[in-house]
Design a protein around this ligand. Structure first.
Ligand code: AMP
Ligand code: TRP
Length: 332
């Protein structure tokens, strides 16, 4: 039986890439598998955070996950810091993983920048905690965007090293599940940059809470090129902005890029943007409304998280206990 685990950081501004690349896929998996989704506040503090802002962002991201279609009645939704087994298992894994493995992690290099000596130790061992998140539940499948592939591969290495250090067959080797179609939604202002929560330009992204006017305005102002839409897939090569808008259209309408290209072949961006706006408003509108409703009902969100913490703990506790027994900790 497969068990799905994934995580998302508690930072504000959930955007279309988070929805199409992560949350929507999570909602689709819940029908077939046991799913556990975690707001990773322990990971968030690997960079400095304002405490009150992070508390609010934790609720906001949980609201986005629920509004995006993840059903708290059938999935576990919780925040990481409240299940102490994550940190406990991470410590054991800090004594399994090797410096050399972490030295290869590209996300650390990007986030630490030039001043490596000034980076928090937690930022360096971030991927070890991520392995503990997944393996505390013996999760088998991890739906993430392309950028997380290296971390999931490290989780496999850690699981395998633990098993062989102690001569057991205890942890499964988790598989990354990367959604091909919407793996990389790009910025509306620059087709070579990922759409991101942290982009300083509001016009670069569609937020999950944007209303119809904001969505329409951002699409109207999205960067394009002076040519009509191409007649075939090959015609999208070298046209990153056109390719991105068509990808978004395809993802939102659950169609292939090819069928969208065929429908709009030879048309101008004006017509296409009108259709895209209508589609985006009709699909994202209700999700944004529900998210705003939940953000105004913090007690409801907290109740979901509290319930999730309890259920998550019931799974993680016996697994992490057993790992501690394997390591040789005395339980007096
Ligand atoms: P983050 O916002 O970095 O915590 O990412 C949360 C999840 O959303 C991860 O699985 C990311 O891979 C995914 N994600 C974030 N931005 C995008 C994007 N522009 N396109 C596709 N997936 C994304
Ligand atoms: N590092 C992931 C990101 O930035 C978030 C994350 C933390 C995660 N723990 C996880 C994703 C476990 C999948 C599984 O997007």
């Amino acid at each position: 039986m497969k068990r799905i685990f994934s995580g998302i950081q508690p930072s504000g501004n959930l955007q279309l890439g988070n929805y199409l690349g992560a949350i929507r896929n999570w909602a689709r998996m819940q029908k077939d598998y046991e799913c556990i989704f975690c707001v990773v506040d322990l990971h968030a503090i690997t960079l400095p955070q304002d405490p009150e802002v992070m508390r609010q962002a934790t609720r906001e991201v949980a609201a986005g996950v629920i509004a995006g279609g993840v059903d708290p009645a059938s999935c576990i939704i919780f925040n990481q810091s409240q299940v102490p087994e994550h940190a406990e298992l991470a410590w054991i894994f800090n004594c399994v993983a090797r410096m050399g493995w972490l030295n290869r992690m590209t996300q650390f290099k990007e986030k630490a920048g030039k001043d490596r000596d000034g980076a928090f130790v937690g930022l360096y061992t971030y991927p070890v905690l991520q392995a503990a998140d997944i393996l505390a539940y013996k999760a088998t499948d991890v739906p993430v965007g392309e950028d997380q592939k290296q971390h999931i591969e490290l989780s496999r290495d850690i699981a395998q090293a633990f098993n062989s250090m102690f001569g057991v067959d205890f942890f499964p080797l988790p598989e990354p599940r990367i959604q091909a179609e919407a793996a990389r939604i790009m910025s509306l202002r620059d087709g070579s940059k990922k759409m991101s929560k942290s982009d300083p330009s509001e016009y670069s992204r569609i937020n999950m809470t944007d209303g119809p006017d904001e969505i329409a305005q951002k699409i109207r102002r999205a960067k394009t090129d002076p040519h009509p839409l191409p007649e075939s897939l090959e015609g999208l090569e070298g046209r990153p902005e056109a390719a991105n808008l068509i990808t978004i259209f395809a993802a939102l309408s659950d169609r292939t890029v090819e069928s969208v290209v065929t429908e709009f072949a030879g048309k101008g961006f004006g017509d296409f943007k009108g259709a895209l706006s209508e589609l985006a408003v009709s699909t994202l509108g209700p999700i944004g409304d529900e998210m705003k409703r939940l953000m105004a009902a913090p007690d409801e969100v907290d109740a979901v998280l509290r319930n999730g913490v309890e259920k998550a703990r019931a799974i993680a506790q016996p697994i992490v206990r057993e790992a501690q027994d394997i390591v040789g900790f005395l339980r007096p």
